[in-house]
Design a protein around this ligand. Structure first.
Ligand code: ATP
Ligand code: MG
Length: 386
């Protein structure tokens, strides 16, 4: 029998929660990632116990319980300040492509069958023994992202699964084997349903996908199947491969925003429901690229993060990075303009002309690679007619 032995399995909080619940299994991502030796984002637990029973047992043991989604069978149990989502086994009663009406079940096999991919239908008991009702362990080892049951039917139940198909392929797929053919065909023939998904759900999946270390094969599959154009009209994956390459070469961790920027669509903010800050970052990157701003100026005016993305997107689409571009950015980002308004007050007095003079001196200073000092800038100002 396959076993997992990740650090979290023996952590006191985990052991306590499993003891208190009795009949319970770790499920989904945490088991899958433990099999690969990857760390887990969160630990989900599934159980045949009804939510009230989960709450009762946890409370009787003095653990805090939050009724996160009782109607859907989920209770959050907190031990040592760590949250465990405990969900009762479920089966689908009704689906409409976005939401499911579920009934509780006593049967692990039923619970497994309603999940999306075989590699996500993995369970492990408190001792780490893996229960694999659908052959997910083998698919995981092969890097085969395979729908549970008939791919087309599963997509019709929930169109988000089309996007999850590519997300999990990016993270767990074997690029030599390629995307599962049945899955890809089903995705390609079910594009309309994508329009009905909420921007939040699409955004969460896309951010997850674009954060994987290697994404070009997954995004190429999205483009070939028509999914990419459907969710991000105008997006072009042409320069994604080089971007990922230069990003890794620079020792940077995967950045979903710069990967989105290189795809070159627009309306991301709306279609993916980005936060204000995320939307502003992308807007600044795109504008600096469109205006062909120098890297030093971008770094000085907009900061390191924007400049890194501008440099990488530009490098990817032009076939190479300039020498010491990271040093250039770091240096420019910490430059401080040597003049203050007070330095020009005597000549201009308060008001718009003073602002204009400062601005033009700053532009000159940037164009001169930040070299002119305060005295030089004041001399230039004196030589300029007002
Ligand atoms: P991650 O590490 O990215 O969180 P995960 O496998 O935990 O991966 P989640 O989106 O957190 O992914 O979902 C948890 C589990 O719930 C999945 O492993 C899968 O079994 C099931 N699941 C989630 N979303 C769906 C869906 N749309 N359709 C079917 N099953 C789903
Ligand atoms: Mg998860």
């Amino acid at each position: 029998m396959t076993r997992i032995a990740p650090d979290w399995l023996k952590a006191p909080a985990t052991v306590r929660v499993m003891e208190v619940l009795g009949e319970a299994y770790f499920v989904g991502g945490c088991v899958r990632d433990a099999l690969l030796g990857r760390s887990a984002a969160d630990i989900d637990i599934s159980t045949p116990l009804l939510p009230e029973e989960v709450s009762a047992r946890a409370e009787a043991a003095g653990l805090r319980v939050v009724p996160t989604g009782i109607a859907h069978g989920t209770v959050t149990v907190i031990a040592d300040a760590q949250a465990f989502e405990v969900t009762t086994y479920r089966r689908d009663v009704e689906t409409d492509g976005r939401r499911a009406v579920v009934a509780f079940s006593r049967d692990m096999a039923e619970d497994a069958a309603r999940r999306d991919f075989t590699m996500n239908a993995l369970y492990a008991d408190a001792g780490g023994r893996v229960h694999d009702p659908l052959g997910g362990v083998e698919d995981l080892a092969a890097g085969h992202v395979r729908f549970i049951g008939d791919a087309a039917e599963r997509i019709e139940e929930d169109y988000l699964r089309s996007l999850r198909f590519f997300r999990f392929y990016a993270w767990y797929g074997n690029a030599d084997v390629g995307l599962d053919a049945d899955g890809l065909a089903a995705v390609a023939t079910h594009l309309e349903g994508l329009d009905r998904l909420s921007g939040e759900r699409v955004g969460a999946e896309m951010k997850g996908l674009l954060s994987a270390p290697v994404i070009a094969p997954a995004v190429a599959g999205m483009a070939a199947s028509g999914v990419l154009a459907r969710i991000l009209p105008g997006a072009d994956p042409q320069f994604l491969g080089p971007l990922v390459h230069f990003e890794a070469e620079a020792g940077l961790s995967p950045g979903w925003k710069r990967r989105l920027a290189v795809l070159g669509s627009k309306d991301w903010a709306d279609r993916l429901r980005l936060s204000k800050g995320e939307g502003r970052h992308l807007y600044e990157v795109r504008r600096a690229l469109a205006e062909d701003r120098g890297l030093a100026e971008v770094a000085y005016r907009l900061g390191t993060e924007v400049a890194l993305d501008v440099a990488l997107v530009r490098g990817a689409s032009s076939g190479g990075m300039p020498t010491d571009w990271q040093g250039l950015i770091a240096g420019a980002a910490e430059k401080v303009f040597p003049l203050k308004a007070a330095d020009l007050m005597e000549r201009y007095g308060p008001g718009a002309p003073l602002g204009a003079a400062l601005k033009s001196l700053e532009a000159h200073w940037i164009a001169e690679e930040f070299r002119p000092d305060k005295a030089a800038l004041l001399a230039i100002d004196r030589d300029t007619a007002v």
